[in-house]
Write a protein that binds this ligand. Structure first.
Ligand code: AHM
Ligand code: MG
Length: 316
C-alpha cells in the first residue's frame, strides 16, 4: 500500500506555518541550502573519478576546470546564498572574512561547506554544517541565538539533519526522485551509550584529567572507540546510537581544533535539541561570546549521562 511521505520542503513549510508572523523567507533559505547540498552530494559521488576525468586544478575531459571539492562547495553555497537577498552576512570556514551584503536579508549564515575534507581521497563520509542567526549589527552572536542549525552527511546515503529549536529531524535523500524524505522524525539521543569518540593519537598531549577519564572508560570494558575524523559522521553516529564525542584542548592546541561558529555551535544546538548535552571546558558553548569568526574552542558532546559522567570525572 502507498505510504505517505513527507519531503524536507513540506516539513519546513509546515513548521514555519506555526508562526503567524512568518514570511516564508526561512523556508526559502532552507530550500537554497538543500539544493546546494544536493549538488555538492552529486559532485562528491564523482570524486573518485577526478583522476580519470582530470586532476584537481587542471581541466577534465570536457575541458572544464576541476576544482577541489571544498572550494567548489564553498563557492556554490556563497553564490547561491549571495544572490538570494535572504542573507546579509555569509561566513564560511573557507573564507578569511565574512561577506557583508548590502541588502535587507533577515539572516546571517555560517557554514563549513565540506567538513572532514581530508577524508575525501579515501571515500570516507564527509559533511556540510550550517548555522543560521537573525541578522544583527554584530554578526558575532552567541550560539544560543541560533534560529536553526543543521548538517548534511554524505555517507552511504545522504542525510539532512536540522533543528529550528523544536526538536531534531532527519531526512534521507531518495536519489530516484531527488528529494529528501523524512526518515528520522524527532531524533532523541539515547541517554547513555557505549561508544567514545576521540582522536586518541593525541593522548599524550591531553590534560591529565582527560587522560584519567579516557583510562576510566577503558577500565569499564564496555566502551568501544569509534573515530571517523569527520565531525559530521562522528556526531551523526553519536546522535543516533548515543555515546560521547570529544575534541578537547591539548598541549599544542590550547583552544582545541574545532571552530565555535562553524562546528561547535551548530552541533551543540542539534545535540541539545535531541536531549543530549555539550560542554566546552566547563562552560556552555552556546553561551560563549565570540570574539572572532574563526575562534576555536574545546568541545565534548553527546548523551546526557555520558556528559555528566565526564564532568564528574574531570572535577574529581
Ligand atoms: P576541517 O574543517 O579542516 O575538515 O577539520 C575539522 C575536522 C572535523 O571534521 C573532525 O572532527 C576533526 O577535524 C578531526 O581532527 P583530527 O584529525 O585532528 O582529530
Ligand atoms: Mg570543519
Amino acid at each position: 500500500m502507498f505510504k505517505n511521505v513527507t519531503t524536507l520542503t513540506e516539513f519546513i513549510l509546515e513548521e514555519e506555518s506555526k508562526f503567524p508572523q512568518a514570511t516564508g523567507n526561512f523556508t526559502l533559505l532552507m530550500t537554497l541550502i538543500e539544493n546546494a547540498t544536493k549538488i555538492i552530494g552529486s559532485h562528491i559521488k564523482k570524486a573518485g573519478l577526478v583522476d580519470i576525468l582530470g586532476q584537481t586544478g587542471g581541466t577534465n575531459v570536457y575541458e572544464e576546470e576541476v576544482q577541489k571539492l571544498d572550494v567548489f562547495s564553498n563557492d556554490l553555497l556563497v553564490n547561491i546564498l549571495s544572490s538570494s537577498n535572504l542573507v546579509s552576512t555569509i561566513a564560511s570556514e573557507e573564507l578569511e572574512k565574512p561577506i557583508r551584503l548590502k541588502n535587507k536579508g533577515h539572516y546571517a549564515i555560517f557554514f563549513d561547506p565540506l567538513d572532514g575534507s581530508s577524508n575525501i581521497d579515501t571515500n570516507v563520509s564527509i559533511g556540510t554544517i550550517f548555522s543560521i542567526y537573525k541578522n544583527s549589527g554584530n554578526y558575532l552572536q552567541k550560539g544560543s541565538q541560533q534560529v536553526a542549525a543543521g548538517y548534511v552527511v554524505y555517507g552511504s546515503s545522504i542525510m539532512f539533519v536540522y533543528t529550528s529549536g523544536s526538536g531534531v529531524n532527519g531526512f534521507t535523500l531518495d536519489p530516484s526522485i531527488g528529494s529528501f524524505l523524512l526518515s528520522h522524525p524527532n531524533i532523541r539521543i539515547p541517554e547513555k551509550g557505549s561508544t567514545y569518540s576521540i582522536n586518541e593519537g593525541y593522548f599524550e598531549m591531553f590534560d591529565i584529567k582527560v587522560k584519567n577519564y579516557i583510562s576510566s572508560l577503558k577500565k569499564e570494558k564496555k566502551y568501544k572507540l569509534r573515530y571517523v575524523g569527520s565531525m559530521v559522521a562522528d556526531i551523526h553516529r553519536t546522535l543516533l546510537k548515543g555515546g560521547i564525542f570529544l575534541h578537547p584542548a591539548d598541549f599544542k592546541n590550547a583552544q582545541g581544533k574545532l571552530r565555535l561558529m562553524f562546528e561547535v555551535n551548530p552541533m551543540s544546538f542539534i545535540v541539545n535539541q535531541a536531549g543530549g548535552k555539550s560542554i566546552s571546558g566547563t562552560a556552555d558553548p552556546l553561551e560563549i561570546t565570540p570574539t572572532s569568526v574563526h575562534q576555536r574552542t574545546p568541545i565534548v558532546l553527546g548523551s546526557s549521562q555520558e556528559i555528566d559522567k565526564y564532568l564528574s570525572s574531570i572535577k574529581s
